[in-house]
Ligand binder design. Structure first.
Ligand SMILES: [Zn+2]
Length: 369
């Protein structure tokens, strides 16, 4: 089966319906993820001001990511321990007349031996088994895809606790909870090597979480990153939520708004999940040959405006709660701003938003809007 993505053509095995089988895995749904990666790599290269940066596709499978990085001008290494996968990687590089190295071996061993400017993790399920080696190996940027969204978001709680050493809560902002659980674990992993990992771009879909972390090897920066970890105290009764920075949680005895008990999630990342300047640079690199360019523009525009607040709301859910019909988003957010609050759309869905207003304040500000 042949697939064209961006400017490259890939040979990929027919994928079994069930998603299980011996075929080397290729996920067509992640074209959007790979398109954005190409834009990120271009943005990073234009800023780095060095000759030919190196890129490691650590979980290469068909080599889709590595081939596209090579096509973007990177010195690409494609690593997979599976013989069939390594053969496909070689075939896909050759088919596109691209140079690139294929390593048929354990990615962790390779990352312990060699430094790469950019390391990209895209394994089955949790990326945590590769995180330590990635932060030791990467000079500039670590890119991470996690497809285990149920453990991350709190739907499979014990599994999430095991993989990420954090307690998630299955709140109505579960997608963002998943992103922040992942970021918290990655930041702590990097800090073990005196490395500060700072998220410069992150996005979440139903099927995966994707994040790009810029690397600094200064212990003081790593300390500053750890200081952005903390907890969210969430009230399932009235939806009140408070965040608290630090590695020791001090949950309130009762919800300050309604008096019910609160549920605490953490330690998670409470800092920004993207950097506005970086997002702007990536936006300039989204070009027409990318199959999902318009979707990428939409996401990056939303991120550009998104407030740096650790949780979000969904207008439809709130309105259902209040027994009210929902409003157009621009009008709804306009009412909040007119009442003096900050408000923005959020990337987690068309009716999601962020604000510094409390639930009661949102209700009052948008009543009759
Ligand atoms: Zn409450």
């Amino acid at each position: 089966m042949h697939v064209t993505e961006g400017e490259v053509e890939l040979v990929v095995p027919e994928q079994p319906e069930s998603g299980v089988g011996d075929a080397v895995f290729f996920n067509p749904v992640q074209e959007f993820n790979r398109d954005l990666t190409v834009a990120v790599l271009r943005a990073h290269e234009s800023e780095a001001d060095r000759d030919r940066l190196s890129y490691l596709d650590a979980n290469a499978a068909t080599g889709a990511r590595g081939v596209r990085a090579a096509n973007a001008g990177y010195d690409a290494t494609l690593c997979d321990h599976d013989t069939d996968a390594a053969a496909l990687c070689r075939e896909n590089l050759a088919r596109n007349d691209l140079d690139g190295r294929v390593e048929e071996r354990n990615a962790n061993a390779l990352m312990h031996e060699e430094r790469f400017d950019v390391v990209d993790l895209d394994p089955f399920g949790t990326p945590i088994p590769f995180a330590d080696a990635a932060f030791r190996s990467a000079a500039d940027l670590v890119c991470v895809t996690a497809t285990d969204t149920a453990p991350l978001c709190g739907a499979h709680r014990e599994s999430g606790v095991r993989s990420y050493s954090a307690l998630p809560q299955n709140t109505e902002y579960h997608a963002e909870m998943g992103l922040r659980v992942l970021l918290g674990a990655l930041v702590r992993t990097a800090a073990r090597y005196d490395v500060a990992a700072t998220p410069v771009l992150s996005h979440v879909t139903n099927h995966y979480v994707r994040t790009y972390l810029s690397i600094s090897r200064r212990a003081t920066d790593a300390n500053a990153a750890v200081e952005k970890l903390g907890y969210i105290h969430h009230c399932f009764a009235c939806l009140d939520r408070e965040s608290e920075r630090g590695l020791i949680a001090h949950p309130p005895d009762a919800c300050p708004t309604c008096g019910e008990s609160v549920a605490t999630a953490g330690p998670i990342w409470l800092g920004p999940t993207h950097d506005a300047e970086f997002v702007d640079r990536v936006r300039k690199q989204v070009t027409g040959e990318l199959g999902t360019a318009s979707r990428a523009f939409d996401l990056l525009a939303t991120l550009d405006d998104e407030l740096d607040i650790p949780t979000h709301y969904d207008q439809h859910r709130l309105c259902r709660r209040w027994g009210r019909s929902a409003n157009a988003m621009d009008e709804f957010l306009g009412s909040l701003r007119e009442a003096g609050y900050r408000a923005s759309r959020a990337q987690y869905g068309g009716t999601t938003f962020k604000t510094d207003a409390t639930v009661e304040e949102i209700e009052a500000a948008t009543d009759g809007a």
